[in-house]
Design a protein around this ligand. Structure first.
Ligand SMILES: NC(=O)c1ccc[n+]([C@@H]2O[C@H](COP(=O)([O-])OP(=O)(O)OC[C@H]3O[C@@H](n4cnc5c(N)ncnc54)[C@H](OP(=O)(O)O)[C@@H]3O)[C@@H](O)[C@H]2O)c1
Length: 323
C-alpha cells in the first residue's frame, strides 16, 4: 500500500509519499481499499501543527472505498461493502487502511464513491450546522463565509432547499458567480468591502439570527457584529488562522449572543447519530437537493500540491484525492 505521512509539522513539503505493508484488521476493524479520499481544510491544520497530532502520523479524516477484509467478530460489515467515513484516526490519504467499524457507514446504491468522498465531512457538517447547532427556519437569512469553497457549496444549496435566504462571502470576484450558482442570494467579496456593513445594510440594521464562520481569525469579530439580539455565532473553523480570545464583555454581552465551536465528532458520537446524519445526507443527494461538482481530482502522490492549492485559496468546490 501507499500512503502520505509526516514526521514533523510544517508546510506542505513535510508530506511524504511512502510504500508500507498492509496489516490485518483486528476486532471491530476492517481493511478498506480506498476509491477516493476527501480533501479538507482540517487536513492542513493537522499538517501545520495548528491542531496537535502525535508524530509520526498519517493524514486525512475522510475516505470512501470497498471493504477487502473484516476483522474477527465484525458482524455489520462484510467483504465487498461500499463504505465511507469522516472521522479519526488520521490516515485516509492512502490506498488502503485499517479502520474501526464504529465510525464507518455503508454507502447506498446509486451514489458514486467519488461523490461520497466529497460529502462525508462537508455534508455531515452541513447537516449539524443547519439542523442541530442552530435549527434554521424557512424565511430566515443566514451568513456563511467562504461560500464558494468545499463546505460552502454544499451548505448553500442545503440552506436554500430549507427556504433560507443565504448571504455568502468570498475572497475574489471570480468566486461570486460560483457562490450564486450554488444557492447564495447575495454574495459579498470580503476582501473588497466590509461584510459587516453590507449585512447590516441588507437587513435594515437588524442583523441576522445566525452566522456560520469557518474563516476564523480574520472574520470572527465582524461576524459577531452581524448578529441581532440573542443571535447565534457558529465558529466552526479557522482557515485564516487561530482565533484570538473573545472579549465576552465587549463582543457577546451587549446583545446576549450565543457562541459555539462545534465539530462533527460532537454530533456523531453514537451509532444512532451517525446513521441518522448520514441517511439524511444521502437522501439530500439522491433527491437532487444537494448536487456535487467535483472541482479537482489529485493523485495521492500530489497531496503536497493539493495542500498548496487549499491554502492558496485556489480550491473552488469539493476536491478529492484518487489513490
Ligand atoms: N468544525 C467542523 O466540523 C468542520 C468540518 C468541516 C470543515 N470545517 C471548516 O470549514 C471551513 C471550510 O472547509 P473546506 O474544507 O470546505 O475548505 P474551503 O472552504 O474549500 O477552503 C477554505 C476557504 O477559506 C477561505 N479563506 C479565508 N481566509 C483564508 C486564508 N487566510 N487562507 C486560506 N483560506 C482562506 C478561502 O475562500 P475565499 O477565497 O473565498 O475567502 C478558502 O477557499 C474550514 O475552516 C474548515 O476547517 C469545519
Amino acid at each position: 500500500m501507499y500512503s502520505i505521512n509526516f514526521t514533523k509539522t510544517g508546510g506542505p513539503e513535510v508530506l511524504k509519499y511512502e510504500k508500507l505493508s498492509i496489516s490485518e484488521p483486528k476486532e471491530n476493524e476492517v481493511l478498506i481499499k480506498h476509491s477516493a479520499i476527501g480533501l479538507n481544510f482540517i487536513d492542513t491544520y493537522h499538517r501545520s501543527g495548528l491542531y496537535p497530532v502525535s508524530l509520526p502520523s498519517g493524514i486525512g479524516l475522510e475516505g470512501a472505498g470497498i471493504i477487502e477484509k473484516v476483522g474477527p467478530d465484525v458482524k455489520n460489515f462484510k467483504e465487498g461493502d461500499k463504505v465511507a467515513y469522516a472521522a479519526a484516526p488520521l490516515g485516509s490519504y492512502s490506498t488502503h487502511r485499517i479502520y474501526p467499524t464504529k465510525s464507518l457507514v455503508k454507502v447506498p446504491d446509486g451514489i458514486d464513491l467519488e461523490i461520497v468522498a466529497c460529502l462525508m465531512t462537508k455534508g455531515l457538517t452541513t447537516y449539524y450546522l443547519l439542523h442541530q447547532t442552530y435549527t434554521v427556519k424557512k424565511g430566515q437569512t443566514v451568513l456563511f463565509h467562504a461560500a464558494a469553497g468545499g463546505v460552502g457549496q454544499i451548505f448553500c444549496q442545503w440552506a436554500k432547499s430549507l427556504g433560507c435566504k443565504v448571504i455568502g462571502t468570498v475572497g475574489s470576484d471570480e468566486k461570486i458567480k460560483l457562490a450564486k450558482k450554488f444557492g447564495c442570494d447575495e454574495v459579498i467579496n470580503y476582501n473588497k468591502e466590509s461584510f459587516k456593513d453590507k449585512v447590516l445594510e441588507l437587513t435594515n440594521n437588524e442583523g441576522l439570527p445566525v452566522v456560520y464562520d469557518g474563516v476564523g481569525k480574520n472574520t470572527l469579530e465582524d461576524s459577531l457584529g452581524c448578529l441581532k439580539m440573542r443571535g447565534t455565532m457558529v465558529s466552526f473553523g479557522n482557515a485564516s488562522g487561530k482565533l484570538d480570545p473573545v472579549d465576552v464583555g465587549k463582543l457577546i454581552a451587549p446583545k446576549g449572543l450565543y457562541l459555539t465551536r462545534p465539530s462533527i465528532a460532537h454530533y456523531t458520537s453514537t451509532r444512532e447519530e451517525l446513521d441518522e446524519a448520514s441517511n439524511k445526507l444521502f437522501e439530500m443527494v439522491k433527491s437532487g437537493a444537494v448536487k456535487v461538482e467535483i472541482f479537482k481530482k489529485y493523485a495521492l502522490k500530489d497531496a503536497k500540491i493539493a495542500h498548496q492549492d487549499l491554502e492558496g485559496r485556489k480550491i473552488l468546490g469539493p476536491a478529492i484525492i484518487i489513490p
